[in-house]
Design a protein around this ligand. Structure first.
Ligand SMILES: NC(=O)c1ccc[n+]([C@@H]2O[C@H](COP(=O)([O-])OP(=O)(O)OC[C@H]3O[C@@H](n4cnc5c(N)ncnc54)[C@H](O)[C@@H]3O)[C@@H](O)[C@H]2O)c1
Ligand SMILES: [Zn+2]
Length: 359
């Protein structure tokens, strides 16, 4: 059974289709949203391409599209200006025109890189997101943020470029490593924390990858519905969308502490959510049980509930936070499990509280 969710944005509505085996009917679905396109340039990475590009190519070709597969090395390093230029060159060599499209087949790295290429090449061509990691399916493929990393930092060159269609085949998740699956679970838990306490109870009742895969289509739809709601209210990320940052500001400190190598994004966010929960409890904004429940849940999915870091790392993360202006910062806290609230305060106050928590 295929699930269908519409993201409604002024003049740019698009659908998120979710279904096991959907990869094999991608052609039909793409033809419906790209009636006049002749070519689709598929951007993928060196892990995903060998596993899934063949099926996508066959399905697209049977719907009358010409295809080319552009494969970048797997990993965050490919989200670079150098790789972007290579992708532009290969898409142009393939003969891509403004009436054609780019498909991103892979995780968030490919989605962000191919998405930014689509947003900018020839002043913008249509984009199809075909996310293959849990993180990309619940988070990065929806909402239109696309970017590459610069030497100065992650995601610093980017755009808002909504896809024409998002195609999610949960069968693709079967080939993920446990670590990459757990990374996506951190974002799933985040959605539960900010917007859906029932989701948290369901995850806690039967934790683990196998149990989650039993109802994965429903899970993906639940998460995408939450993200869709926030994106529809705040496409450009100046308000409601910031609730998605729960766990991310403090998570950033752990990413810094590990030099972006030691801890994965999901691990850092998991520990960040736990620390943010502690702050909420400490401030009397969250009920006391919130901390323990989030910590137990992240541990049940193989994620850390704490990561050691220095006050300097916290200071850097708080200072660098994109949402903070001047000396103020907005942290996302929980007023209860399943409900997030922005909390605006002095950066120094956050540091002070974190110091106290560490004692
Ligand atoms: N645009 C957004 O809104 C947004 C949101 C969150 C994260 N991101 C970005 O997403 C990126 C992280 O995404 P990610 O966690 O998906 O990482 P990723 O794209 O690097 O994928 C993780 C690993 O899994 C492999 N892989 C992907 N699909 C697979 C499959 N089906 N089977 C086997 N292996 C597979 C990849 O090759 C890679 O080695 C970061 O760059 C982050 O900045 C963007
Ligand atoms: Zn995240």
């Amino acid at each position: 059974m295929m699930k269908r969710l519409t993201v409604s944005l002024p003049g740019r509505d698009y659908e998120i289709l979710t279904g096991r085996g959907l990869l094999d009917s991608a052609g039909e679905a793409c033809r419906a949203v790209l009636p006049g396109a002749a070519r689709i340039g598929i951007v993928t990475d060196s892990n995903v391409g060998p596993l899934y590009a063949g099926r996508l190519v066959r399905s697209l070709e049977s719907a009358g599209f010409q295809t080319a597969v552009i494969t970048v090395p797997a990993g965050e390093r490919s989200k670079s200006m150098a790789m972007l230029e290579q992708v532009y060159d290969e898409l142009l060599a393939f003969g891509l025109t403004r009436s054609d499209a780019v498909a991103a087949l892979g995780g968030g790295v490919v989605g962000d890189l191919a998405g930014f290429a689509a947003a900018t090449l020839l002043r913008g061509v249509d984009l199809i997101q075909v996310p293959t990691t849990l993180l990309a399916q619940v988070d990065s493929s929806v909402g239109g943020k696309v970017a590459v990393d610069l030497k100065a930092g992650k995601n610093l060159a980017g755009a808002f470029w909504q896809p024409k269609l998002v195609l999610m085949d949960p069968d693709c998740l079967d080939t993920l490593s446990d670590a990459v699956f757990a990374d996506g679970m951190a974002e799933v838990i985040k959605y539960g924390c900010i917007a859906d306490s029932k989701l948290l109870s369901r995850l806690a009742a039967a934790p683990g990858r196998a149990a989650v895969m039993e109802y994965v289509e429903e899970l993906l739809t639940t998460c995408c519905q939450i993200k869709r709601g926030l994106v529809e209210q705040d496409e450009r990320d100046t308000g409601a969308r910031m609730l998605l940052n729960f766990g991310h500001t403090l998570g950033h400190a752990y990413e810094l502490a590990g030099g972006y190598e030691t801890y994965t994004h999901g691990q850092a966010v998991a520990a960040g959510m736990c620390r943010a929960a502690d702050l909420g409890v400490r401030l009397g904004i969250s009920p006391p049980e919130v901390s323990g429940r989030i910590a137990a849940l992240v541990r049940a999915f193989g994620l850390p509930d704490a990561i050691a870091c220095t006050m300097a790392d916290y200071a850097a993360a708080v200072g660098l936070d994109k949402k903070g202006d001047k000396d103020q910062i907005t942290l996302i806290l929980l007023s209860e499990l399943g409900r997030a609230v922005p909390w605006k305060t002095e950066k120094s106050k956050v540091l002070h509280l974190l110091e106290e928590l560490a004692l």
